[in-house]
Design a protein around this ligand. Sequence first.
Ligand code: SAM
Length: 303
Amino acid sequence: MSITKDPDLLYADEGEEKNRIRAGTLYLVTTPIGNLSDLSERAKKVLAGVDFVAAEDTRNSAKLLALFGIKKPMVSYFEHNKRERGEVICDRLAAGESCALVTDAGMPGISDPGEDIVKLCAERGIPVTAVPGPCAAMTALTLSGLFTARFAFEGFLTTNRGERSKRLDELSSDDRTLIFYEAPHKLKTTLADLLEAFGDRKISLCRELTKLNEEIIRTTLGAAVRLYDEREPRGEYVLIVEGADSSKRQETAFWHDMTVGEHVEHYISSGMSKMDAVKACARDRGVPKNEIYREVNVGKPQR
Ligand code: SAM
């Protein structure tokens, strides 16, 4: 059967001219997040064809390239040298060299320094194009079993306590599915913080994606906190958290038929302080704390 080619698409067997590496262009090349077979044919061609590779970790990337028989001059480009090195890379691009940017894993620009060099290229009018592939966030979202139609990518939460709490407070009423990245040694704290800010929502913990020990734990925040009281987190995690959907959740919530006053009392009688009870009630109902204070007429606690 003969196939009619779509003139808008680029086919793998297209001539050298159409697929050639363009001078003076930065290629964002996505690398595997765990399964080396996920390095695309085009990624290999671009890595082999560019003048040089900028890598977050040159040793790591040299090993990856060596696996595919590719040897290329490399420069490092990472969080702590991105300012000066970004300028140097852009100077070389402006002089007509082509460069492939690779980060430790996944899609350059997603929670890694790739973002900055693209900004710099945009400012200097340097062409940037992408060789897309696996991204941990999107892979996890599609496996989560949660709503995928609307989502918000939050990446790593800040470790600054005040800023973290403020951000989580803002997110607590967001009805989109939320995506977080987390390192194993910080997972327990983050789960506890998410539970406190969001209440007991669904979460899918997506661990070691595309690797041998890939695991998707579909549970709730409360159960996840209990689970990791008993086991140590291992490997890389993406956390997919159900968004605030007050209408759906409220119908089945234990407090659905309670007045706001009864709801706050419920928490106080279970041992919470008045302030925490108001906070928990506001979180359950997806409304600001002040609204609850007003309703139960307890007033804001005085300092
Ligand atoms: N640019 C990457 C991407 O496209 O996903 C993300 C880089 S960010 C520095 C690294 C974080 O991504 C990890 O801490 C983890 O949260 C997540 N991650 C990367 N690979 C993963 C994997 N195989 N399984 C689960 N999470 C992963």
